[in-house]
Design a binder for this molecule. Structure first.
Ligand SMILES: *Cc1c(COP(=O)(O)O)cnc(C)c1O
Length: 362
């Protein structure tokens, strides 16, 4: 059983550290989800999220983890006779392709080796065939610690393929990395709150374009729980289709206020400073797993060039300092390890953690 008086400090790339004042928000008395107070809370939260995501379009609140929205994007916006191009550059982007297939859709993959980015040129080459209705992208691949050049990709798509829908998993990017939803011309993007929003897991945020919402009307078999039409109908009343996790909405409202007070440019800059710091450290002791110009500002996947026993170091740091960082994900286990630097993690937190890792190296 966990020691609740002395909880572990988390540097895994989700769930990340949650500050005490955020935890307090989750402990507030509950509201009725069809009452005026909830609608006010919901409406205010959505308005703030629109500012955070730079959108005048739809923002939906989902009581699910982000994986639910992987499925929602596909089931709502890809017809059974259409083909979706799934770009694959690591464990999470691979998984989304699996999810699309399990929704019975026609999937084609555009694969690069883990650690490489998916570029605008690669996508352009595939889309030139004219056979794809939509593309899936992962903004920030949490397995390889890589940020795809989504701004360049989106610019190319807007110019050459304006009719192809763009779905972007921004789970470990949203808040930590720039995201101008309307300017980018995206159709669906989403994140769960246990990443850079720094809230306990169990809730997700999605932005959906007006054209994606319009298209979904005519896509059969959308199901119920993740039906965008149901979300839109409820959103018109500042509600959700089913009973939401109200404590999460309260915490999200609290975090959004903090983010807007700080200013998104400053929030992104803060993440960049943490990323720069961890990258310098990583290169001093090991190396960065992915190509450095694509290295993420929300987490670093460190390449284990020293051949150290990662699991042993993680367990030693946990034992001595009650602090946990991440082993490599999936097939990158032991070949890499991962340090999150997102949300309410600070540079001081990171300095402490990295010193402790160093102590285990010597
Ligand atoms: C964590 C993560 C997910 C999965 O999110 P859940 O909230 O566990 O569903 C998906 N994609 C990326 C890039 C992630 O980092």
């Amino acid at each position: 059983m966990a020691d609740w008086k002395n909880p572990p400090r988390l540097f895994i790339p989700g769930p990340v550290k949650v500050d005490e004042d955020v935890l307090q928000q989750l402990a507030r008395p509950t509201l009725g989800h069809r009452g005026k107070e909830y609608s006010q809370l919901h409406g205010e939260t959505v308005d703030m999220l629109k500012k955070i995501l730079f959108t005048g379009q739809n923002v939906f609140l989902s009581t699910s983890s982000a994986s639910g929205i992987w499925e929602a994007a596909i089931r709502n916006c890809v017809g059974l006779d259409e083909v979706v191009l799934c770009t694959c550059c690591g464990a999470f982007s691979d998984k989304w392709a699996d999810v699309a297939r399990s929704c019975g859709r026609n999937v084609e993959e555009l694969r690069v080796d883990w650690g490489l980015a998916t570029t605008a040129e690669m996508i352009d080459e595939k889309l030139a065939s004219g056979k794809y209705a939509a593309v899936t992208l992962v903004y920030n691949e949490t397995s390889t610690g890589l940020t795809n050049p989504v701004y360049q990709i989106s610019e190319m798509m807007k110019q050459k393929y304006p009719d192809v829908l763009v779905f972007v998993d921004a789970v470990s990017a949203m808040v930590g990395l720039p995201l101008h939803f309307d300017d980018l011309g995206w159709d669906v993007t989403f994140a769960s709150v246990q990443k850079a929003f720094a809230i306990p897991p169990g809730f997700a945020v999605a932005a959906v374009s007006n054209r994606a919402l319009e298209k979904s009307k005519n896509v059969p078999g959308r199901g119920y729980y993740f039906d965008f039409q149901q979300f839109a109908k409820a959103a018109a009343k500042s509600q959700t289709p089913t009973t939401p996790s109200i404590p999460h909405v309260v915490a999200l409202n609290f975090q959004c206020k903090k983010l807007l007070t700080e200013g998104m440019e400053n929030v992104w800059q803060r993440h960049k400073e943490m990323g720069d710091y961890v990258r310098v450290w990583a290169k001093g002791h090991f190396d960065i797993f992915c190509e450095e110009k694509y290295a993420s500002n929300t987490l670093t996947t460190v390449k284990n060039t020293q051949g150290v026993n990662v699991a042993e170091i993680i367990s030693a740091v946990q034992k001595k300092h009650n602090t946990i960082f991440g082993n490599g994900y999936g097939k990158l286990k032991e070949q890499t390890f991962r340090v999150a630097h997102m949300g309410d993690i600070t540079l001081d937190d990171l300095k402490e953690l990295l010193t402790w890792i160093e102590e285990e190296l010597s």
